[in-house]
Design a protein. Structure first.
Length: 401
């Protein structure tokens, strides 16, 4: 199918599927042949920045997002809907699915949501509305909650949720079998131009998409929780995922103010949870050995490490903690950490007795009546904190001007 559209400079041109894909890859990597390269040789960070910049240049002030026409995954949607925002399909509306709905709807996307449990569908709109009201009260959204809610449609079936979608974000239970069945159906039910992404926290997508004909358009997009406040997500391609899929997904996330972190190797747990797990492994060991209580571990991280890491990450912290920077810090502290690691060994199972001890302290510490109440209290506290940062123009990173 040939489509005619004005180029960024205003000259009409004929756009074919082949030229659209070539245009995308040329903008993402103008110095690399279009042939598929080994994953080791890719400089993903440079490519994502390049394609995002290309989208911005091609947008040229138009109302529609550059994502809706700059590549073969989006151009048809844009032209068929006269420049309207893209449609995002969300399957699974637990805590993560609700968070994704807030992210996409507040960014102007049309959102369709579905869950296999009817009770979940009954609560999704009230849950989103509650968060939108609090975001508005904190000054974190410019539109009224009612305006944002108008973009969200609760679908009645999985066939209904994918209608018109250019991106499907799955957030169902953490089960390889469940995801394999769902992605097999999605691969048959959606067009080749639709990106299929999973919110899984730890499961590589190759475990549930390797046998699919459209495995090149499948990948993991793992958000921090809640995604509308912690605006970062891991983009984890498998060995089968195409370069274009990665670049387009990263650009989509950037367009809705989510920082994409492209993980270069598909490893279990990805990066976010491996870093979190490293801290938890040590914390469980220290608690199990009677060195410190669970409550005091949380206090150390909340009042110490967490506050500092909200401004500078661990590497920047190391650079600034010791006069002489990273090299001096490594010389002074590196050997200490090496001895700790050597003494600890590699296997750190979470012992049931220690887990029970942690559970007892957390039940005393957290004031809510149940898990969902405590999750909501955390989100409300984060909204208030982010609102204060926004009002006070507090930089999110130390190098911001």
């Amino acid at each position: 199918m040939n489509l005619t559209r004005s180029s960024p400079r205003g000259t009409p041109r004929t756009v074919t599927s082949a030229t659209r894909r070539s245009w995308l890859l040329a903008q993402a990597t103008p110095w690399v042949p279009f042939a598929r390269r080994s994953r080791r040789s890719r400089n993903w960070a440079t490519r994502v920045k390049s394609v995002s910049a290309a989208f911005s240049r091609s947008w040229n002030g138009s109302r529609s997002s550059p994502l809706t026409w700059a590549c073969d995954r989006r151009v048809n949607t844009s032209l068929e809907h006269d420049g309207e925002a893209p449609t995002i399909a969300l399957i699974g509306v637990g805590t993560i699915g609700i968070g994704w709905a807030v992210v996409f709807a507040t960014s102007g996307c049309r959102v369709r949501v579905y869950d296999y449990e009817p009770a979940m569908l009954d609560r999704v709109i009230p849950a989103v509305e509650f968060r939108l009201n609090n975001l508005a009260e904190a000054g974190l959204i410019s539109e009224s909650p009612a305006t944002v809610l108008e973009r969200i449609v609760v679908a009645t079936s999985r066939e209904d949720v994918i209608v018109g979608a250019v991106h499907v974000q799955e957030s169902v239970t953490e089960s390889v079998e469940v995801k394999r069945d769902l992605f097999a159906w999605l691969d048959e039910a959606t067009g080749r131009g639709v990106t299929l992404a999973s919110s899984t926290s730890t499961i590589p997508s190759s475990q549930f998409t390797a046998e699919l004909a459209g495995r090149d358009r499948c990948l993991v997009v793992h958000p921090a929780n809640p995604p509308y406040l912690l605006r970062v997500a891991e983009v984890v391609p498998s060995e089968y995922t195409s370069d274009a899929t990665v670049a387009i997904t990263a650009a989509l996330l950037s367009s809705v103010r989510i920082s994409p972190i492209v993980v270069k190797n598909e490893i279990e747990g990805f990066v976010f949870n491996r870093l979190q797990g490293a801290l938890l492994r040590e914390a469980y060991f220290l608690v199990g050995e009677g060195v410190v209580t669970p409550r005091d571990v949380d206090t150390l991280v909340r009042e110490g490490l967490g506050r500092r890491w909200s401004i500078t990450g661990p590497f920047a912290t190391s650079e600034l903690n010791t006069r002489g920077g990273t090299a001096q810090h490594a010389e002074v502290i590196g050997a200490v950490y090496a001895r700790i690691g050597s003494a600890r060994g590699t296997g750190d199972p979470w012992i049931p007795q220690t887990i029970a001890y942690v559970m007892d302290e957390m039940n005393e510490l957290l004031p809510g009546d149940n898990w969902e109440a405590n999750v909501l209290r955390r989100e409300l506290a984060m909204i208030k904190l982010e609102g204060l940062r926004h009002q006070g123009d507090v930089p999110s990173v130390i190098l911001e001007s």
